[in-house]
Design a protein around this ligand. Structure first.
Ligand code: NDP
Length: 335
């Protein structure tokens, strides 16, 4: 085994849209695991929208990344050395130290995963954090019930593609999605069984959503914020619910965006607008994996991944590509 490996560090904090210059690739000594620790060779890592927030120097639900230090995030790798009971060399583990080729971590921060049950990348996507976000955000936060009409933005992404299909499988009256290209719109309606979908870049969201939802919507699963949220408030039915999962249209805005101008409708229509964090829903993990896993096995639920080859060197461009919408389904980096 070589004695050095690469990691990606935050070189500087982006202002507005990040660029390659905000990242730095560094060569470091491969660390040695101490008592109770394991050494993992990463095989696949995730790039996620929330990482953009961690690049800012602001207090949030996760601490900011530090300039000059390696980035962090979900990854799956193979254990190559172990000083921990219960984890052996050759095991595959899910953990939080992506953005580097090798990671040393306390065994308690690693979860064993089985490549015979699902491909390793799935533990970062459909069966991982984004999948649980979709499941909990729809069923718990939005209190989805059979017969609801559901609209999800960012619908062809990691979370969105699962939200729409769970809604369909749980008996939604109508499932509507928005995404940023004609190819993604086709994917939603022709492959994932959405009833309607539109490209938000084709024209005003309010007009396209109203046309897709002649009887209004009962649930809006918001991944995007801004114009999408305002349009959804306009078409929500009385007692409608909004899951505020993300606001990716605003993550690279240097100025704080204005809120929706039609908030008064929340009162008139008795709407519920509720924020959600996936970390609050760990108790649902088993139920989520068994239900969604069964739908995948039966072919009732499909998912896409966009896999960027080339390891950590390609991670910054994969991250930037994800923010621009290059991905269909979960964006992953393969080592
Ligand atoms: P995605 O896989 O959906 O990737 C991001 C997508 O955002 C891009 O592919 C792009 O698709 C879309 N996008 C980028 N800019 C815009 C824009 N201006 N307007 C509309 N869409 C845009 O990411 P995830 O599924 O991982 O995350 C989706 C959302 O969920 C994010 O907002 C994220 O922050 C949030 N999230 C929240 C969690 C929580 O606990 N609350 C947990 C996980 C995710 P397109 O081509 O369609 O533009």
């Amino acid at each position: 085994m070589t004695s050095t490996a690469l990691e990606v560090r935050l070189a500087s904090r982006p202002k507005g849209w990040p660029t390659e210059d905000n990242f730095e690739i560094a060569e470091v000594e491969i660390p040695t695991p101490g008592e109770g620790q394991i050494l993992v060779r990463n095989v696949v890592m995730s790039v996620d929208p929330y990482m953009r927030g961690r690049m800012n120097d602001v207090k949030s639900y996760v601490p900011p990344f530090q300039v000059g230090k390696p980035l962090e995030g979900g990854a799956v790798g193979e254990v190559v050395a172990s000083n921990a009971e219960g984890i052996a060399v050759g095991d595959n583990v899910l953990h939080g130290l992506g953005w580097r080729e090798y990671a040393v971590l306390d065994a308690e921060h690693a979860v064993k995963v089985d490549p015979d049950v699902a491909p390793l990348g799935a533990y970062l996507g459909v069966l991982g954090m984004p999948g649980l976000t979709a499941y909990a955000g729809l069923l718990v936060t939005a209190e989805f019930k059979e017969g609801d009409t559901v609209f999800v933005s960012g619908a062809a992404g990691a979370v969105g593609q699962i939200v729409g299909q769970i809604a369909r499988l749980k008996g939604a009256a109508r499932v509507i999605g928005s995404a940023g290209s004609a190819e993604k719109v086709k994917y939603l309606t022709e492959e994932l069984g959405f009833d309607a979908a539109f490209n938000y870049k084709d024209g005003p969201v309010a007009e396209q959503l109203a046309a897709a939802a002649p009887n209004g919507i009962d649930v809006y699963f918001d991944n995007v914020g801004g114009e999408h949220l305002e349009a959804a408030i306009d078409v929500l039915n009385v007692n409608g619910r909004i899951t505020m999962c993300g606001a990716i249209s605003q993550y690279n805005e240097a100025e704080k965006p204005a809120g929706p101008s039609n908030m008064i409708q929340i009162l008139a229509k008795r709407l519920t607008l509720r924020g959600m964090l996936v970390g609050d829903h760990k108790a649902l993990q088993q139920q989520f994996v068994s239900e969604v896993g069964a739908w995948i096995a039966s072919g009732e639920l499909k998912y896409s991944e966009t896999v960027v080859e080339g390891g950590v060197r390609q991670a910054p461009s994969a991250f930037l590509g994800m923010l621009r919408g290059d991905n269909k389904g979960k964006m992953l980096v393969q080592f």
